[in-house]
Design a protein around this ligand. Sequence first.
Ligand code: IMP
Length: 422
Amino acid sequence: MSRLVVVGVQWGDEGKGKMTDYLAQNSDVVVRYQGGNNAGHTITFNGQKYALQSIPSGIFNPKIKNVMANGMVVNPKAALAELEKLNTVGIRDYQLFVSDRAAVIMPYHIALDGAYESAKGKKMIGTTKKGIGPAYADKYNRIGIRMGDLLDKEYFAERLNDALAVKNLELKMFGLPEMEFEPLFEEYLAYGRAFKKYICDTANLLNNEVQKNSKILFEGAQGVMLCIEHGTYPFVTSSSPSAISVPLGTGIPPKYIDHALGICKAYNTRVGAGPFPTELEGDLAHYIRERGHEYGTVTGRPRRVGYLDMVALRHACRISGIDSLAIMLFDVLSCVKELKICTHYELDGEKIDCIPSTLSAYQRCKPMYIDMPTWNEEITEVKKYADLPENAKLYLQKIEELVGVKISHVSVGPDRTQTIEI
Ligand code: IMP
């Protein structure tokens, strides 16, 4: 498989960072194709923990080309801070390429992200407040600024002037201070200078790599259920983390995508607001949250926790054409007192197997469960599938049966070495 997409098939935070890092060791190129620094990819190796937000996970290996592709929204200040942090832990030798077409997150996007959320009051999305939605909105409204613009002084001045004419009206409407041209212009020109050596036409670069038959890993951020098109709208992010957005977000034609690996926790979590039919409360939720360290990498918020939801998982796998699954954080489920899997929803007295398009219908969905046997053995040291407890194997087999997709990897701990290949 030369071109592999790694995509979260739940509501994000499935452990994509670990799997991408694990698979990146055999890759020539690692590509982020959507999202921005709303993502938090945690990678652990040699006992060290690293948290990446917008930089691709191949950055630790000097042989790998890391691409931030056109589908991303880039906060240059935050990305530089990320690189600086890597620098302080000795990660200095890397290859990074940033698309000249990637949208720039500007300070007014961050201010407006907060303002839109406040205006929604109790109905707020619970965004990461990183300016992601407003930056994508401006891109589609054609008043966005792109990374390549920062390299051309006159052109950037024109783009920023045009954008500020609209954005200052919006800021004023929310009672926020308007932004002046000059300091913004100087600050972002400086980011342009800092990124000059990385900025290029990454679609060209990637298509050349395809011609060379290089091994390319596409690293999704968030998860399919947060997809702007196919997720639980409006409680979604503003891009599509799904595998079907790879061609658009990178400039590589769809025919070149070989395999989609779905990253799936052994249970479900969600941060931010929005429907979550299998959500748990009480002791079991607490047990899973603490064992799984279920707190947001970016915002530190405690994640909502629930049983595995097969309706959502089947939907996500269908949309993304998932070829195989990696089951993550499987060790967290050892010693739970009770274990269930949601197979279908009940909506207004009817059994359904789909995600309703409206929030009002989704909120009425009740999970239909099957009970699963539990296991009391710790499995963090298990290296082979055959050595897993019988009931743990039953749980994995049930997932395969209910999704109709084979499991190729099982993760039993945060380290690279705690990965069982099937
Ligand atoms: P935004 O992407 O900051 O606009 O946030 C929109 C929704 O997506 C919120 O519910 C966030 O909590 C969620 N979200 C964004 N990025 C991530 C992520 O990396 N993991 C999990 N949830 C995320």
